[in-house]
Every structure is written in C-alpha cells, then in structure tokens.
Design a protein around this ligand. Structure first.
Ligand SMILES: [Zn+2]
Length: 54
C-alpha cells in the first residue's frame, strides 16, 4: 500500500496529515484544498476514502 504518497485525484497535490485529537487511532490525510480526504485505521489495516464535492 502506498498510503503515504497519495495525491488528490482532483488537483494532484500530495495529501497532508490532519490533526485528529479526538481520535488518535485514526490518521486523516486530506488535500490542502479539501477536495479529497482519507481516513486510515491502523487497527483494522484499512482506509476509507472520501471524495468531497464543493
Ligand atoms: Zn485537491
């Protein structure tokens, strides 16, 4: 899995890690312009993709 090199499918910028103080077991990466967001769940070794429509 190439999770840490993911890019936004809309603008092709590298996704940035978001602070997620409410749930430290989940890593959220998002496009700097908020087109796209990904939640990584290390406990389940999986991730959820979210496409944002603005
Ligand atoms: Zn983007």
């Amino acid at each position: 899995m190439d999770f840490f090199k993911e890019k936004c499918p809309v603008c092709n910028q590298i996704l940035k890690v978001k602070n997620n103080p409410s749930c430290k077991s989940i890593i959220i990466k998002s496009c700097p312009e908020d087109h796209y967001e990904k939640e990584f769940h290390p406990a389940f070794e999986t991730y959820i993709e979210c496409h944002k429509v603005s």
